[in-house]
Design a protein around this ligand. Structure first.
Ligand code: COA
Length: 453
């Protein structure tokens, strides 16, 4: 048999394997057993037809019980289907990163004096091990691209924890969607590994553009001024990182090694500001672990050969991050205490989001030669009534004071590395809104951190 004949025979095998596994969404969710521990892909990777069918099966009273759904960053599609409140006892949500979906469920549960949605605190880099080893998920539901000639699907927007679950022996129930880009990298799944395929072409979920304020733009300009040409960027979630991207239009030779690939970052690559030419690792390539944004981002992923998706245990490993020089990570926070510790996940005593990859990148950026991490927030919340520079955090420590490097508010920036507690307190009070500075000084004096003036 010549190579051409062998190739076409393999293709026939893959097509046959594909056909064997193809079924309706209702049939596919029939493979989810009572007691199953199901990993659900995050963000744009969540498979709408499978979620709909799973919700219908749970609601049909067909005897499904005790299913646990493990996931991060759920979306409106999940809220309408598997995470609908009336199904929470059958399909029990276990979130590792809250979105508005869990916040809404929690608000209702609070009224009913019921416990909050189950939540597992974890650094994003550890989530694959946590799911595969500690929890022992046995099923994955995710969206993939159409199959290529060699029988491979791409996880596209979502290598993150999904990739590790595809390698764990879990039952793979996948939704093939022609809108999911075939992204290269370590994010491919072979048809031979799959238990069920469901075809469903739905436009990928788009993240609404975060509304930007004048304060976001001021902070964006300050942060852009802290980024040198040739830096390797990670950008977090929210309006602030988007504001920074817009301010980087005049920069040159930037690189990207990021947890989240955003629309703002895609525009920087498309405009030539990012060329990845100064990267020591994956030179010339944009690297991410999950992508969530608008149609521009998804078209960009579809048409850009120099973009790769890799698993989160690799992308977010601080030792991997540090292999590039001049890494700058930009993330938002909720509150900063006078020692420099940051709570980036609790608001008003409730879980708002999660640690995600914040600490992974704070540590990786600092370990990179010439690297720095930047944590930013508005100086106030609630229309100016609440200071976000506080004497004591009201939530968990997302980034400990030992790790915090540069902090930014609309009043400027401070580098906390090498500063004493008193110097930190003075610097942070200088970043607080003027209305709160006196009170914060009093708190710092009372705590014995600074002396009375
Ligand atoms: N007290 C009361 N309300 C507060 C508050 C506080 N201390 N801090 C913020 N809020 C309010 C804000 O005013 C805002 O209200 P609004 O929607 O009515 O304007 C709301 O809570 C959200 O705050 P905001 O700062 O706008 O949040 P964001 O959407 O920009 O997200 C984080 C910021 C910190 C929550 C988000 O970046 C996050 O989850 N980070 C942790 C994970 C991470 O960094 N991962 C890194 C890689 S993706």
């Amino acid at each position: 048999m010549n190579p051409m004949q062998r190739k076409s025979l393999q293709m026939v095998d893959h097509v046959a394997a594909y056909r064997d596994r193809l079924m309706s969404a209702a049939e596919a969710v029939g493979l989810v057993a009572s007691g199953a521990k199901v990993a659900m892909a995050l963000g744009a990777g969540a498979p709408p037809a499978i979620l709909q069918a799973l919700a219908e099966r749970a609601r049909s009273g067909g005897g499904l019980h005790d299913v646990r759904l493990y996931y991060m960053l759920s979306t409106a599609v999940a809220a309408r289907t598997v995470l609908a409140a009336d199904l929470n006892d059958i399909l029990r949500p276990v979130s590792i990163f809250h979105s508005g979906v869990e916040r809404a469920l929690d608000a209702e549960r609070l009224k009913a004096q019921a416990p909050a949605v189950d939540f597992i605190p974890a650094a994003f880099q550890h989530v694959p091990r946590l799911l595969c080893e500690h929890v022992g998920v046995d099923t994955l539901i995710a969206t993939v691209s159409p199959m290529d000639a060699d029988g491979w699907f791409s996880l596209g927007t979502n290598a993150d924890y999904a990739h590790a679950v595809t390698r764990s022996g879990a039952k793979l129930i996948l939704e093939v969607n022609r809108h999911m880009p075939f992204v290269r990298g370590e994010c491919l799944v072979h048809v031979s590994q799959v238990a069920a395929l469901v075809e469903h072409d739905a436009p990928l979920l788009e993240l609404p553009q975060a509304e930007r304020t004048e304060t976001d733009d001021r902070i964006g300009a300050i942060i852009a001024g802290l980024i040198d040409d040739g830096a390797c960027l990670q950008m977090g979630i929210g309006a602030l990182p988007d504001a920074v991207c817009e301010r980087l239009a005049g920069h040159r030779h930037l690189g990207i090694h990021t947890e989240m690939m955003t629309s703002g970052l895609a525009r920087l690559v498309a405009s030539g500001v990012v060329d990845n030419s100064r990267k020591r690792m994956h030179a010339g390539k944009t690297i991410y672990t999950f992508a969530l944004g608008d149609g521009f981002l998804y078209d960009f992923l579809r048409t850009s050969p120099d973009v790769e998706a890799h698993p989160v245990e690799y992308v977010n490993d601080p030792a991997v991050i540090a292999r590039n020089d001049g890494v700058v990570s930009v993330n938002a926070t909720v509150q900063i205490d006078l020692h420099g510790a940051c709570n980036s996940e609790h608001i008003r005593g409730r879980q708002f989001s999660a640690t995600g990859g914040q600490l992974d990148f704070v540590r990786g950026a600092y370990a990179s030669k010439g690297g720095r991490s930047i944590l930013a927030c508005h100086s106030t919340a609630a229309g100016g009534k609440i200071s976000r520079i506080v004497p004591v955090l009201e939530g968990p420590v997302t980034t400990p004071r030992t790790d915090t490097h540069i902090v930014v508010t609309e009043y400027g920036w401070a580098d906390l590395k090498g500063k004493t507690l008193a110097e930190r307190a003075h610097a942070l009070i200088g970043l607080a809104h003027p209305d709160f500075r006196e009170g914060l000084e009093r708190d710092a004096v009372a705590a014995g951190v600074i002396g009375r003036r």
